[in-house]
Every structure is written in structure tokens, then in C-alpha cells.
Design a protein around this ligand. Structure first.
Ligand SMILES: O=C1O[C@H](COP(=O)(O)O)[C@@H](O)[C@H](O)[C@H]1O
Length: 248
């Protein structure tokens, strides 16, 4: 079943990040109340990272038992540990180090200087195996999965008209990303679309065309963001600039 997307427009990027942070804290606390734990899939990118910083700085963060939160990432740049291009590195100081997380529940993608060396396909398989092991033989429950959207409509590291967009694997290696760095690891649509809720978090006028097209019937081949759906909700959380071409 595909849920119809909802759209919430916030005045600007900063307000958007604060509002998504509040929503995320509530979603994680609700999941913990319902099933004892919570799982979020994080995104990199400008607003994604600002959102994580806003979560860590929020007084409401104590509504969540961070030791019972599992974290995964939608995609990662396949570069060495600690490289500032990595999405997990961008999250480290502003979010990961500020919260009392259980390190065993923080599932970073392998690094290009890690156990698989520079073999991105092996690293993708390793992350897929981690996911399936964590879920006891199937994918874990993702309570919420956050996605940024690129100016050309990419989500995670799924770019327009790409193998990754067609893949039925759990996790793929992307070897030719048009946006640097070129080698990346990414969840695929069959994995993304198992999430309970998918939130596309987008700010800025450079994203308006992609947002407008994704919400006007573009295919996921043309605009990958059009292919992301949650089981119970698909939320476009945008600022006014990014909402400029959404049809009324
Ligand atoms: O490359 C990536 O870009 C997107 C969006 O980034 P932004 O800075 O334009 O908001 C991000 O969602 C993705 O995780 C990342 O790897």
C-alpha cells in the first residue's frame, strides 16, 4: 500500500529544522511507549544535519531514552573514517556525542579504510547483513526514515535514472555518483519503503523544482524522491522556498 503524501510548509530552513527535531523527538518517544524501543534512519545534508543538531540541543530530548534508540543511515559517502564528507562525521559532534546513545545501536556504514578496504560492494553487503541480523532475519522496524532531497531530486544516494533506483538489493554500492564524492553506499527503495514513516526534509529554493516535480507525478526514474513512501505516512516537511513549485 502506498500512502498519499502530506505536506507541511515551514517559514525557513532554521524553523524547519527545529520543527522536524520536535516531531522526531515525539515520534521516538511514542515508539518507545508502544514497543519499548525506537529506530530511526538518519540523513546527511544541510537540513538533515541541522535537524540532528536541533534534537541534541532541545530540552525535550530527555523525553527519549537514548539508550534504547537504534540509528541507521539512509546513505553514506564511502570515504575514510573521520572524513568530513561522511554523513556520520557531520552528525558526530552536533548529535552523536551529545546524547547518551548505546554505541552498539549506532549503525554506521563501513568506511573505505575499514574491514572491506575500498571494496564498496563488499561494504554494502556488510551493511545489509547487519540490518538483517538486527531484524532477526528480516529488516528491522524503522519507525521513521529521514531523507534529504538533492536539487536534481536524489534521495539517499539514489540519483535520477540510476542502477541504484532500480535495485532490488537491500543496500547498494554507488560507484558513479554525479554529486561528489563518487563512491557511496545507499539503502534502496525496497528497503526505504519498509519504514513506518518516511519524512522528506527539504529547504531552499534550489530544491523547489525537484519537490514540485516529485509531487506532480514524476516517476522515480526522473525524480527519485517520488519513489520514497512510508507504510503509514509519507511526510514532506519543507520550507517556503522549497515549496515554491508544489501544485495547489
Ligand atoms: O549527498 C547527499 O545529499 C543529500 C541532500 O543534501 P543537501 O545538503 O542538499 O541537503 C543528503 O540527503 C544525502 O544524505 C547526502 O548523502
Amino acid at each position: 500500500m502506498t500512502t498519499a503524501p502530506s505536506v507541511v510548509v515551514h517559514p525557513d530552513k532554521e524553523t524547519l529544522a527545529q520543527a522536524v527535531a520536535a516531531r522526531l523527538i515525539t515520534k521516538l518517544a511514542d515508539a518507545q511507549a508502544a514497543r519499548g524501543e525506537a529506530t530511526a534512519v538518519l540523513t546527511g545534508g544541510t537540513v538533515g544535519t541541522a535537524t540532528l543538531a536541533a534534537v541534541a540541543d532541545s530540552p525535550a530530548r530527555d523525553s527519549v531514552d537514548w539508550g534504547r534508540v537504534s540509528l541507521w543511515w539512509g546513505d553514506e559517502r564511502f570515504v575514510p573514517d573521520g572524513d568530513p564528507e561522511r554523513n556520520d562525521e557531520q552528525a558526530r559532534e552536533v548529535f552523536l556525542e551529545k546524547l547518551p546513545l548505546d554505541p552498539k545501536r549506532v549503525h554506521r556504514y563501513p568506511t573505505s579504510d575499514g574491514p572491506d578496504g575500498d571494496d564498496a560492494a563488499a561494504a554494502a553487503s556488510r551493511y545489509a547483513e547487519d540490518l538483517i541480523a538486527d531484524g532477526g532475519g528480516k529488516l528491522p522496524v524503522f519507525d521513521v526514515l529521514l531523507l534529504g532531497v538533492g536539487g536534481e531530486g536524489h534521495v539517499a544516494s539514489i540519483f535520477p535514472d540510476s542502477e541504484a533506483g532500480r535495485s532490488q538489493r537491500t543496500v547498494v554500492a554507488v560507484l558513479n555518483s554525479p554529486k561528489p564524492p563518487p563512491i557511496r553506499l545507499s539503502l534502496t527503495f525496497p528497503t526505504i519503503n519498509t519504514a513506518d514513516e518516511v519524512w522528506l526534509v527539504v529547504g531552499g529554493p534550489d530544491k523547489a523544482e525537484a519537490v514540485g516535480r516529485a509531487l506532480s507525478g514524476a516517476t522515480l526514474t526522473e525524480v527519485p524522491a517520488a519513489g520514497a513512501h512510508g507504510r503509514t505516512a509519507t511526510r514532506w516537511l519543507v520550507d517556503e522556498a522549497a515549496a515554491g513549485q508544489i501544485p495547489r
